[in-house]
Design a protein around this ligand. Structure first.
Ligand code: GLU
Ligand code: MG
Length: 451
C-alpha cells in the first residue's frame, strides 16, 4: 500500500526531523539533491523540487558537459518516492528520500536513471518475471592526517577477529542504522585489504535494491564520520591494497514467489532461464561493464588475481569469473539459488547498473542464448594459448575502451534511450579525460572522496 504524504510528514515530525533530503544519483554516480524544511514538506512531496536539466550533464568534478537537451534552459522536478523515506540516524534531525525526475508534463524524464530502471522493471514484468538483487558493499575505513592524506584505519588480516574488534563500535552502529531503515542485514566482516570491510543486506525487488545501495553508501560514510573516521567505497581506494567491489547478487522470481533460477533437476541447480539470463549478461558484458565499472578508478581494481573478476567468463564459485553461480544456502536451496556479477563497483549508478543488467539478461531470454562452457579454474594459471582455445578473454582494461563497447551495443543504447545514453557517455568520457590529466595520487584521492 502506498504511504500517504500526510503519513510521511507525520513520521518526519515524530522523528524530530528538521530537513528531508530529496536525493538522486547522477551519471557520475554522485548522490546529490536538495532538502526541504518541514513547513513546506507536504507541498514538496507532491510538487517535487525544481532542478535544472543541466545537472545530469555534470561530471563528478562538477564540470558541466555540453549535452544536447541538457543546457542552461529547462527544468525537471525531483519527486520523491514515498516508499523510500528513511531517517538518517548519523545526521542529526535529518531524513532522506530517493526521487524520480519528472517533466513539466508530469512524465518521467528521459534523462532520469531511476525512471530507466522502472522501464526495465516493466520490461521484465511483460515477461512475467521480477528481478531481485542485493549489492554487497566492500569499503575502506581510513583516517585523514593534517596534510589531508588518507591511511587505512587498520592493518588486520582477512576475516580476522582483531579487525572485528577494532571496527566493532562502527560496525554495530552501522547495523543499527541499516536495520532502522528497514533492511535485513546479513553479514559483516573485515575483508582482505588494510582498512577494508564488507557488509551485506538481504536482496529486494530491483528498484528497492538500487535505492538500498545508495542508502548503504550514505550510511557507511555517515556512520564512519560519527566515529571520527572516513569511509570510502571507491573501487581502488589505495593503490597497494585490495579493491572494493559491489558485487551484484540477483535472481528472477515469478508472481507466485518462486525463484525461477532454481531447477532441482539441473546438475548445478541453475534453471534454463537462469542460464539464458546469464548468457545475455555475458553477451553484453564488455559494454555493460562501462555502466557497472564506470570510473577511471574502476580499472585499477579490475585486474587478474585480485578476485575482482577481470575475465568475461562464468563459473561455479569461481572468484575470478565475472559471473559466478553462487552456492546456495543448505537450508533453502530453492530460495537462495542466485547469480553474482562481480564486475561491479560502487562508482556505478545502481539504477543504471541494475537496469542495464536486466536489459542484457532479458535479451538472453528472448534470444534463448547459451552461456557456453563454464570455467572452473583461475584463468591467470592458464597459458595464453590455453586461454585462446577455451575462449577466455579479459574484460576491457580502460574506461574509454569500455565506453567504446557501450557505444557499439545497440541493445543497451536503445534501453537507455538517446538522452540518457548520450549524457552518460559524455559525462564518463569527460571524467576519463580529466583524470588522465592528473597525477595518480590526486586521481586516487579524488575517487576516494567521491565514492
Ligand atoms: N575485493 C574483491 C573485489 O574487488 C572481492 C573479494 C571477494 O569478496 O571475493 O571485488
Ligand atoms: Mg568480499
Amino acid at each position: 500500500m502506498q504511504i500517504t504524504h500526510e503519513a510521511i510528514v507525520q513520521r518526519a515530525r515524530d522523528s524530530g526531523v528538521r530537513l528531508v533530503q530529496f536525493l538522486y544519483c547522477d551519471n557520475g554516480a554522485i548522490i546529490r539533491g536538495k532538502a526541504s524544511a518541514l513547513p513546506g514538506l507536504g507541498g514538496r512531496l507532491s510538487d517535487g523540487i525544481g532542478l535544472t536539466v543541466a545537472m545530469m550533464a555534470m561530471n563528478s568534478l562538477d564540470q558541466l558537459q555540453p549535452v544536447e537537451g541538457m543546457g542552461a534552459v529547462g527544468e525537471i522536478r525531483l519527486v520523491p518516492d514515498p516508499a523510500s523515506f528513511v531517517v538518517l540516524p548519523y545526521q542529526p534531525h535529518t531524513a532522506a528520500m530517493m526521487c524520480d525526475m519528472i517533466t513539466g508534463a508530469r512524465e518521467p524524464w528521459a534523462g532520469c536513471p531511476r525512471s530507466f530502471l522502472k522501464r526495465m522493471r516493466a520490461r521484465a514484468a511483460a515477461h512475467d518475471v521480477q528481478l531481485r538483487a542485493a549489492m554487497e558493499a566492500e569499503f575502506s575505513l581510513a583516517t585523514r592526517d593534517a596534510a589531508g592524506v588518507y591511511a587505512p584505519f587498520d592493518r588486520t588480516l582477512c576475516f580476522a577477529s582483531t579487525g572485528m574488534a577494532m571496527a566493532g563500535p562502527f560496525a554495530s552502529d552501522l547495523v543499527a542504522t541499516l536495520e532502522s531503515q528497514g533492511n535485513i542485514v546479513e553479514q559483516y566482516y573485515p575483508e582482505l585489504g588494510h582498512g577494508q570491510h564488507e557488509i551485506t543486506i538481504r536482496h529486494q525487488e530491483v528498484l528497492r535494491a538500487a535505492d538500498n545501495h545508495l542508502w548503504l553508501r550514505e550510511a557507511i560514510r555517515g556512520v564512519a564520520r560519527t566515529h571520527g573516521l572516513v569511509a570510502s567505497l571507491a573501487p581502488k581506494p589505495f593503490a597497494d591494497q585490495a579493491g572494493n567491489g559491489a558485487h551484484i547478487h540477483f535472481s528472477l522470481w515469478d508472481a507466485n514467489d518462486r525463484n525461477l533460477f532454481y531447477d532441482s533437476t539441473a546438475a548445478d541447480g541453475l534453471s534454463l532461464i537462469g542460464r539464458q539470463f546469464m548468457a545475455g549478461v555475458l553477451a553484453h558484458l564488455p559494454a555493460l561493464v562501462a555502466i557497472t565499472c564506470p570510473s577511471v578508478n574502476s580499472y585499477y581494481r579490475l585486474q587478474p588475481r585480485a578476485w575482482s573478476s577481470a575475465y568475461a567468463i562464468w563459473g561455479h564459485d569461481n572468484r575470478e569469473a565475472a559471473l559466478r553461480v553462487a552456492s546456495p544456502f543448505w537450508s533453502d536451496v530453492a530460495g537462495s539459488t542466485n547469480l553474482e556479477l562481480k564486475s561491479a563497483d560502487s562508482s556505478c549508478n545502481p539504477y543504471l547498473a541494475l537496469g542495464a543488467l536486466l536489459a542484457a539478461g532479458l535479451d538472453g531470454i528472448e534470444r534463448e542464448l547459451d552461456p557456453g562452457e563454464s570455467v572452473e579454474v583461475d584463468p591467470a594459471t592458464l597459458s595464453d594459448v590455453e586461454q585462446l582455445e577455451r575462449g577466455i578473454t579479459r574484460l576491457l582494461t580502460t574506461l574509454d575502451a569500455a565506453l567504446d563497447a557501450l557505444e557499439a551495443d545497440a541493445l543497451l543504447l536503445d534501453a537507455l534511450g538517446p538522452l540518457l545514453a548520450r549524457s552518460f557517455l559524455s559525462v564518463r568520457r569527460s571524467e576519463a579525460r580529466a583524470y588522465a590529466a592528473m597525477d595518480e595520487a590526486t586521481q586516487f584521492t579524488e575517487h576516494f572522496e567521491k565514492y
